[in-house]
Design a protein around this ligand. Structure first.
Ligand SMILES: [Zn+2]
Length: 262
């Protein structure tokens, strides 16, 4: 499921392939993906324009078309982007195709159909309306501390709440907690200020390093949880078998030895 590092990689891919090219067509192959806009309107408003720049907030990607118009992309569970030449076949799970004047197209692919595409005029308004928290790579230590001081619950549930901090999902929440050596079910009321700072640093480190690794599990350090998570997986730190539990409705993987419950 695409989280902050994955969406950052999509952003860089889009920036490197699809900016500053005239859009000559928008082909909607599955209308389910459209939110608050019809296929006809999407095509009408984008045709003749170019994508000029993009910005990411949490798991959302906004692509500005010239004028005060932005395409909003959310990748759901399986969404991704693919840029290809007109003579090549579109990917199998293409939902919307943006066709450029340079005989290339950008496909929004999404096998599981949880992705979203919309058109918005004001990115900040959208973020406000959704009540999304600061981006996980922009949040300051002060803001992070305030979130932890103001709320109650298991530390993993807090990290996953997009209204507190935007961008962290199931996989990276587990990775961040593993690095901070914190059990995912630890109640945040039990955390000392020093531990909250440690968690903050762990989040920044993991998200940045994941982006450096192109959000590709095969390129991530073997000392991380990600290459080992799953049944029978062993802790890369102590070698004991990893455990799983349902926390905040999601499956957490962790090492019960290295990650103490406070
Ligand atoms: Zn361990």
């Amino acid at each position: 499921m695409p989280e902050l590092p994955d969406v950052e990689i999509f952003k860089r891919y889009l920036d490197a392939t699809s900016l500053h090219q005239r859009i000559i067509g928008v082909d909607v192959q599955s209308a389910y993906v459209l939110k608050g806009v019809s296929g006809r309107e999407l095509a009408r408003r984008l045709k003749g324009r170019c994508f000029e720049s993009s910005c990411r907030h949490g798991k959302h990607l906004f692509v500005r078309a010239d004028g005060d118009l932005s395409l909003r992309l959310h990748f759901g569970m399986t969404g991704s982007l693919h840029y290809f030449k007109a003579e090549e076949q579109a990917p199998r799970h293409t939902r919307v195709l943006f066709v450029f004047a340079n005989a290339h197209s950008l496909a929004f692919e999404d096998q599981r159909k949880f992705g979203e595409i919309g058109l918005i005029e004001d990115v900040n308004n959208f973020l406000k309306k959704r009540a999304l928290g600061p981006d996980a790579l922009d949040v300051s230590l002060g803001q992070f501390r305030e979130i932890f001081a103001k709320h109650r619950g298991a530390v993993k549930t807090i990290l996953l709440n997009q209204k507190f901090v935007a961008g962290i999902g199931n996989i990276y929440a587990d990775e961040i907690l593993f690095r901070a050596r914190l059990h995912p079910a630890t109640q945040i009321s039990a955390l000392k200020a020093k531990t909250v700072s440690k968690l903050f640093r762990a989040a920044r480190y993991i998200l940045k390093k994941a982006i450096e690794s192109k959000a590709d599990a095969d390129l991530m350090p073997k000392s991380w949880l990600l290459p080992h998570r799953g049944k029978g997986g062993e802790c890369p730190h102590c070698g004991r078998e990893l455990k799983s539990a349902t926390i905040g409705g999601r499956t957490a993987w962790f090492c019960a030895h290295c990650q103490k419950r406070l």
